[in-house]
Design a protein around this ligand. Structure first.
Ligand code: PXG
Length: 395
């Protein structure tokens, strides 16, 4: 039995069966590369679903982690710490928002956004108590907590977890008319992924985000952009909303905000929105901890100073052009923006992901028949060409 086999056997013996991972055990990682327990090297084309935009174990992030870990790691919010204010300042400048609320996971930030939107509806918009509604899109993915799965249209995410949150309306993605029809005087917010990730890299029609912006302004509804997966350079712009020069009322950030080193998420909005929270109304033990904040500040510095957004735009265009020349009969569509790309097949994608793994390329199927490619944004053209060599062998 190999070391890989031993690890997988123990995982299956003790671990809850809530994932179906590829049969690979990663024991080392650096940049775009990972190594399995038996010393085989792979090109990571998934980036932990866009949490590793800066690449694995970025030296600047590891050094920041070590330095901060020797100073202070956690204070709770019962006291100030010297990393939180600089984190606030950095994220506020990045999002052009007045106020930030720090959390840890993406789902926690989504829950925060839902609470802020509902309270804003009651305290600022005058919606009657417990009547606030939030509009979301079919095939959304906003996390696995009970509030987040209440938003989902996917039964496998919801079965057996009821009763779920009331006050949720679901409309087709990309349909601005459906949004206007769903809005009423109780609508607090429209929560949307500017590009849907887990649905299979679904890009809305050109102009959709601008229509959303105009409708939400017209009807005094909060436009909340969940940029946890699409943000921080992934699509070739800083935020996916930037493709249409649209400013949402609220950004939800996560994943690469922590540089793939620490769980860090945040909600960014105006004082009018995030000012609805008063002491004791919301919080988190680890939210805004100094270790996470120090790493997040450096993760954003790396994003800017290593020009990762520009790299994603330039290499994303190259990658898409090359993928569009594939001729495999099972390819239905190649779609994406920047280095956020999906190949939709006419058959299950899993076997192709397993073949690519055998070639030394790691990716994962999403929604059964889509292969998603989302490499770290530090990837070079030469590394992308190596990935393309493997992809051409399989597709
Ligand atoms: C758009 C979006 N919003 C919220 C979340 C939730 O973030 P957290 O996972 O940090 O709570 C995501 C997460 N995206 C995502 C993608 C693929 C797998 C998984 C998984 O739960 O294993 C999660 C996401 O892609």
């Amino acid at each position: 039995m190999t070391h890989t086999d031993e690890i997988i056997e123990k995982t299956e013996r003790y671990g809850a069966n809530n994932y179906h991972p590829l049969p690979i055990v990663i024991s080392k990682a650096q940049g775009v590369w990972v190594w399995d327990a038996d010393g085989n090297r792979y090109l990571d084309m998934l980036s932990a679903y866009s949490a590793l935009n800066q690449g694995h174990c970025h030296p600047r992030l590891i050094q920041t982690l070590k330095d901060q870990a020797e100073r202070v790691t956690l204070t709770s919010r019962a006291f100030h710490n010297d990393q939180l204010a600089p984190f606030y300042e950095k994220v506020a400048a990045l999002t052009k928002k007045e106020m930030i609320l720090p959390m840890n996971t993406g789902a926690e930030a989504v829950e925060t956004a839902l609470k802020a939107a509902r309270r804003w509806a009651y305290d600022r918009k005058g919606v009657k108590a417990n009547q606030a509604e939030v509009i979301v899109c079919h095939d959304n993915f906003h996390g696995r907590t009970l509030g987040a799965v209440s938003l989902s249209s996917n039964d496998e995410y919801k079965r057996g977890f009821g009763p779920l949150l009331p006050g949720i309306k679901t409309i087709p993605y990309g349909d601005a008319e459906a949004l206007e029809a769903a809005i009423n005087e109780n609508t607090a917010a429209f929560l949307v992924e500017p590009i849907q990730g887990e649905a299979g890299i679904i890009i809305p029609p050109e102009g959709y985000l601008k229509q959303v912006r105009d409708l939400c302004s017209k009807h005094n509804v909060l436009f909340i952009a969940d940029e946890i997966q699409s943000g921080l350079g992934r699509t070739g712009e800083l935020f996916a909303c930037d493709h249409e020069a649209v400013e949402p009322d609220m950004f939800i950030l996560g994943k690469a905000l922590g540089g793939g080193v620490m769980p860090v998420s945040a909600v960014a909005a105006s004082k009018d929105v995030l000012g609805v929270f008063e002491p004791g109304s919301h919080g988190s033990t680890f939210g805004g901890n100094p270790l996470a904040c120090a790493v997040a500040i450096e993760a954003l510095n790396v994003l800017e100073e290593e020009r990762l957004v520009e790299n994603a735009k330039e290499l994303g265009t190259y990658f898409m052009d090359e993928l569009n020349q594939l001729t495999h009969s099972s390819i239905r569509e190649v779609r994406g923006k920047g280095l956020f790309i999906g190949i939709e097949l006419t058959e299950p994608a899993r076997p192709f992901c397993e073949k690519l793994k055998e070639k030394g390329l790691l990716c994962k199927e999403t929604h059964e028949n889509v292969i998603r490619f989302a490499p770290p944004l530090i990837i070079t053209k030469e590394e992308l060409q190596e990935a393309l060599d493997h992809i051409r062998d399989v597709l």
